[in-house]
Write a protein that binds this ligand. Structure first.
Ligand code: FAD
Ligand code: NAI
Length: 506
């Protein structure tokens, strides 16, 4: 009995300690202390963007040595890997957002956060011009500021290839508002199909969901739509659920080209079981209000009626990126994006512009993993850069005083000191970026995920339920804050217990 008592007491003490420390950490996080003000003696780093690259840079940067200004039209970080889960209501939108100020308020020196869209960059005069393009504007809504260093991390936009009707009629899956729009449209299709007197043909059209692009975004979204159908819609729309059809259209011969053959086959067979149709070697030529026009493998043109089209056909550079590249035509001719060196420096500039993430054209895929590693690498390199700048300043100062010193003995001492600083500078090297691939993961629906993980000198491919739990734990640990981890975990629990919400927002 006394043993049971001890176990009982230990349990309650540990529970209390756990709750207490959780409360302490969260409250400490909520009430950041005072910060150092901007220092006119320090160099100014302007960061464009608040996505993977920029946030990772801000998280790692030691702001003691720099004045930092962040400019982004979005005043938050969006955890894109879980965006398809938001589109079907598995997760609440706010669970995968982190306000940029939550990051910057915890830095040693105050960081200015400006919600604005950069319009142009002048690499010669080292300035950025930006505008407030939000719905509510004050009397001043555009300005230009100088920078000493520019961290360019504006990402990319959805590639439409100029295909007619895509912008007007399709939903995208890139930003938070895209996921919310898709959710509304999907539920609207269901309600319209349930309208009394609807013909069978119209019901079939309204309930046909077409996903364009067999890359990871299209595959994950198709899997999430399938889960929504199986786990919730069958209960709340029993007369319609059996008629919902999901078609994934891909121009290439297979989906998920970045995964191993075994995992591609596994995905194809899982989709077959889930009754998700995959049309490969099929190119979407036009998106109309109620249909998509397809060029089939046999070159025939088919018009496929549908209620919703989700466009997930890849990325292209933003206009501001193209404009910036056009200012440096000889060094920046890559159509995929900004060419950078191994220190993230934009080619053709004087070492003051650094570009990271999806806006760049490097040997790495445009992924969050790459942008995150580039961001934290760059912040570490900035810490080294401060040391180098300091040595350079010290050298200049010593050379100046050597020139001004009249006594030989004293001059000799100063020259020796300058030589020692020179030697330190010669040895000083900022290490180049080296990417460490942690593997590729994707959720394919039906509680199954696939993973290509680096293992020894090769790779390890796995798929199924265990991989799904691995996928979940990998993403929950990648989320930047305890707050987001808690919100996502509770959303998963909420969905398991109560299911997804099927009410449509206005
Ligand atoms: P982003 O994260 O897109 O950030 C760009 C930032 O720049 C944004 O804050 C934007 O508001 C801002 N910006 C835009 N224009 C301007 C301007 N003019 N001035 C100032 N700021 C501007 N990758 C993975 O590795 N694993 C995954 O599981 C994964 N899942 C994904 C799922 C989805 C649905 C999507 C869409 C992408 C996914 N990716 C994934 C890819 C990943 O999201 C991108 O590679 C990553 O976001 C790139 O980071 P970034 O910082 O370059 O750009
Ligand atoms: P993507 O570029 O990987 O795939 C787009 C697909 O659309 C391509 O396979 C292309 O052939 C196809 N396509 C283009 N035009 C078409 C048309 N007209 N008709 C039919 N098919 C067409 O794009 P995605 O999936 O948005 O991914 C973008 C980046 O984000 C990639 O680097 C990807 O690796 C990364 N990402 C990674 C994820 C993960 O690791 N789980 C999840 C989502 C994205």
């Amino acid at each position: 009995r006394s043993g049971a008592k001890i176990v009982n007491r230990t349990f309650w003490v540990s529970l209390l300690a756990g709750v207490g420390s959780f409360y302490y950490v969260t409250q400490k996080d909520r009430t950041p202390g005072p910060q150092l003000p901007h220092d006119p003696e320090k160099k100014t780093v302007v960061v464009l963007g608040s996505g993977w690259g920029a946030t990772s840079f801000l998280n790692t940067l030691d702001t003691t040595e720099y004045n930092v200004v962040v400019i982004s039209p979005r005043n938050f970080f969006l955890f894109t890997p879980l965006l398809p889960s938001v589109a079907v209501g598995t997760l609440s939108p706010r669970s995968i957002l982190q306000p940029t100020r939550y990051v910057t308020r915890h830095k040693t020196r105050a960081v200015k956060v400006i919600e604005a869209e950069a319009q142009s960059i002048d690499p010669v005069n080292k300035t950025v011009s930006f505008i407030d393009n939000s719905a509510i504007q004050g009397k001043v809504s555009s300005t230009t500021i100088p920078y000493d260093y520019l961290v360019y991390a504006v990402g990319a936009e959805v590639q439409t290839f100029g295909i007619p009707g895509v912008k007007e009629n399709a939903c995208f899956m890139k930003e938070l508002h895209d996921a919310e729009k898709m959710q509304r449209r999907f539920l609207d299709c269901l309600e319209s199909a349930a309208f009394p007197g609807q013909s069978e043909e119209e019901i079939e059209r309204l309930l046909h969901m077409v996903v364009v692009g067999g890359g990871p975004t299209g595959v994950e979204l198709s899997g999430e739509l399938h889960d929504f159908l199986e786990e919730d819609l069958k209960s709340w729309y029993p007369e319609l659920a059996g008629k919902i059809k999901i078609t994934l259209v891909e121009a290439l011969p297979s989906v998920l080209p970045m995964f191993s053959k075994r995992l591609i086959d596994y995905t194809m067979s899982t989709f077959k079981e889930s009754k998700i149709d995959i049309l490969t070697q099929t190119m979407v030529k036009e998106v109309k209000e109620q249909s998509v026009t397809l060029a089939m493998p046999d070159k025939s043109i088919v018009e496929m009626p549908c209620g919703m089209v989700v466009w997930a056909a890849g990325n292209k550079g933003l206009k501001i990126t193209q404009d910036l590249m056009a200012k440096l035509p000889t060094a920046q001719a890559n159509r995929r994006g900004i060419s950078i060196d191994e220190y993230m420096q934009m080619n053709g500039t004087d070492g003051t512009i650094f570009a990271i993430g999806d806006c760049t054209a490097s040997s790495h895929a445009p992924t969050a993993q790459v942008a995150q590693q580039q961001g934290s690498y760059l912040a570490r390199a900035f810490a080294q850069r401060v040391k180098r700048d300091r040595l350079q300043d010290q050298l200049q100062e010593l050379e100046r005083s050597a020139a001004m010193t009249l006594h030989d003995d004293e001059r000799k001492k100063v020259v020796e000191e300058a030589e020692s600083v020179k030697r330190q500078l010669a040895k000083f090297k900022i290490r180049p970026f080296s990417y460490s691939h942690q593997g590729t993961l994707a959720y394919i629906g039906s509680d199954k995920a696939i993973a290509d993980l680096p293992f020894l000198n090769g790779s390890f491919a796995s798929g199924g339920l265990l991989t799904y739990y691995f996928w979940r734990s990998a993403y929950i640990s990648t989320l930047f804050s305890l707050r987001n981890r808690t919100l996502v975990a509770t959303d998963w629990l909420r969905t398991k217990v109560f299911g997804r919400d099927v009410s449509r927002e206005w």
